[in-house]
Design a binder for this molecule. Structure first.
Ligand SMILES: [Mn+2]
Length: 593
């Protein structure tokens, strides 16, 4: 063992220095590959008054040409595409025009999650602005499931509604659309889901994912497609609805690059400056300061509340909230959602505890599979948590009715491809590489477990990783760096929060904080920096004053007692020198254009 220079810090005979070295990072650290900036890129950065460090960060994230930097720095509206390029745009406009001329009554049908609900609100507002009589319909998650439902068609029929417009669904509802046609109802589909081989016989299928689509951006959410349809009808006036589209975009974890970045920028600005009543009520329920609203606060504050109705109560409440015109009504509906969200939280906590207890009995299984009497609206959340915690795929079933409902999360494994190899076990299944769902007769459970575990036998739990944007010395951590990092906003999916690796920070104080977190005071020269490490209550046991650490953190600014100060949101810690041991990228640096 190495000689310890700090005898007084020896603990129960062991040298403390050894303990710090024994502190290994929880994550696999990776450093984003630096790009060799050419003079044209440096010049483009200077033209937009971006610091060279920020240009370097952007280039390493793939914005490595003058054109990409121009697009990044441009006005948000400049990033919007021409909605007329969407497939069936002309048919959509023509059919709505006929409805206006004929004073037809319409029904807007939206999926029960936050993307569908915001898409529904966008379309309902846009169609009403044209003078149409519009009713809305949100299907029940348990009774009706995803896609246009026959109950909605029946509702339209008895109320003499002759046009249905879908939001975030409908591309796979061929049978229901036939039913509607037989009842004399036309359907306009607006959607972003991957289409089946045959498109439905709708009056229009506005979906950028169609095989024949030439739309230049394939990342739109369902609410994003709804916004583009509103643009077709209202022109620039539709951009007042970008707040709703931004929520749907974040809720659907759509990439915040390309057109989605523009939608997010426009929408966040609207929510900061003049939120509509429903959003103002949700922000105050979630205790989100409108001035600090971000994709992250939407994802953690607003989206779970909008989804709560669909999961444990009535999703129509969320639709009415988004459409509410006065503050009093909005507050009442937001309180209803708040109650549903509380129930959702309790159900999730109970289901998670029960599921964890069950899977503890199968520690070595390559896939976590568990069934329990949990609500169908909760099992996807349970599967997501188990996949994260255990670093491997998870499938969670609701077994309270036969067929069972199942929800799967990939944990880095193509789950829908695995389900496809045993399609005969399901009544139905679907999804994408990261998340999938199925309906399965209870009798098939044993066979399902056997085949999925066998198929995944080679899988090993993966150590989650942190991708570091920039490695700096402690004296580089200042407000200037924070401002430059803010140049990457809005951050979210596909444009993540920038992480900074900081070399050799010295621990000045460490203590346990409420809620299983640790608070650290770290020295940089003569000054100190406050840090918080969420979800780690072990640090006070392994760290002592004077220890030298490398840390990976996100920079933030906190206001406390009227003073603003930098704060480090620490994602991981390792002994000093850890950052120098991160393996360099295997490939050669990319040269910028
Ligand atoms: Mn969607």
């Amino acid at each position: 063992m190495r000689e310890c220079a700090r005898d007084k810090q020896q603990i129960s005979g062991a040298c403390h220095h050894w303990l710090v070295e024994g502190l290994t990072p929880r994550f696999a650290w990776q450093i984003r590959q630096a790009v060799d900036l050419g003079p044209a890129v440096v010049a483009a950065g200077a033209r937009h008054k971006l610091s060279e460090r920020l240009v370097g960060l952007l280039a390493a994230r793939g914005h490595a040409s003058p054109a990409a930097l121009d697009a990044w720095a441009a006005d948000a509206r400049a990033g919007l595409r021409d909605p007329a390029l969407l497939p069936d745009a002309a048919a959509f406009v023509a059919r709505v025009g006929r409805a206006v001329d004929g004073r037809e009554r319409c029904l807007v049908f939206g999926d029960f999650d936050a993307d569908g609900l915001t898409g529904l609100a966008i379309l309902a507002i846009a169609l009403r602005r044209l003078g149409l009589d519009v009713a809305t319909y949100v299907p029940d998650r348990t009774d009706e499931g995803h896609g246009l439902s026959s109950a909605a068609i029946e509702r339209a029929r008895v109320n003499d509604r002759t046009l249905i417009v879908t939001a975030d669904c409908g591309t796979s509802s061929g049978l229901e659309i036939e039913l509607a046609r037989a009842a004399g109802i036309d359907v306009l589909v607006t959607d972003h889901h991957r289409p089946p081989p045959a498109l439905p016989a709708a009056a229009a299928v506005v979906n950028p994912m169609r095989a024949d689509s030439t739309y230049p951006d394939r990342g739109l959410s369902g609410a994003g497609v709804a916004l583009k349809c509103a643009q077709l009808l209202l022109g620039d006036e539709a951009l007042e609805l970008a707040d709703l589209a931004a929520i749907g975009t974040v809720a659907d974890v759509a990439p915040l690059v390309g057109e989605n970045r523009s939608i997010a920028r426009l929408g966040l600005e609207l929510m900061r400056s003049r939120p509509r009543p429903g959003i103002a009520a949700l922000l105050s329920a979630a205790r989100v300061d409108a001035a600090r609203i971000s994709p992250e606060s939407l994802a953690f504050g607003l989206v779970p509340r909008l989804n709560a109705g669909g999961r444990v109560g009535d999703a129509e409440v969320a639709a009415r909230l988004l459409l509410a015109q006065d503050a009093a009504e909005a507050e009442r509906l937001a309180a209803e959602l708040e109650a549903a969200n509380g129930v959702r939280r309790e159900l999730l906590a109970t289901a998670l505890a029960e599921a964890r207890a069950a899977v503890d009995a199968q520690p070595d299984a390559p896939v976590t599979i568990v069934a329990g009497p949990w609500p169908a609206g909760i099992i996807g959340l349970v599967a997501g948590r188990l996949a994260d915690e255990r670093g491997r795929p998870a499938v969670v079933f609701c077994n309270s009715a036969d067929p069972w409902r199942g929800s799967a999360r990939s944990g880095g494994f193509d789950i829908v491809a695995a389900l496809a190899t045993m399609a005969e076990l399901f009544d139905r299944y679907g999804g994408h590489s990261a998340a999938a769902g199925c309906h399965m007769p209870a009798a098939n459970f044993v066979e399902f477990c056997r085949r999925l575990q066998e198929g995944a036998a080679d899988l090993r739990p993966t150590q989650p990783s942190l991708l570091i944007d920039l490695v700096v010395e402690p004296h580089d951590v200042d407000y200037r760096l924070l401002r430059e990092l803010a140049g990457l906003e809005p951050v979210g999916t596909a444009n993540p929060q920038p992480l900074v690796g900081i070399r050799g920070m010295v621990v000045s104080r460490v203590r346990r904080a409420n809620g299983g977190h640790s608070q650290l005071v770290l020295r940089k020269g003569a000054e100190v920096l406050d840090g918080i490490c969420f979800g780690r209550d072990d640090l006070p046991d392994v760290l002592r004053d004077g220890d030298r650490l490398d840390i990976v953190a996100r920079l933030d600014s906190r206001t406390f007692g009227g003073y603003e100060s930098l704060q480090l949101e620490i994602r991981d810690v390792g002994p000093a020198g850890s950052l120098d041991q991160v393996a360099p990228p295997l490939s050669q640096p990319v040269r910028a254009a």
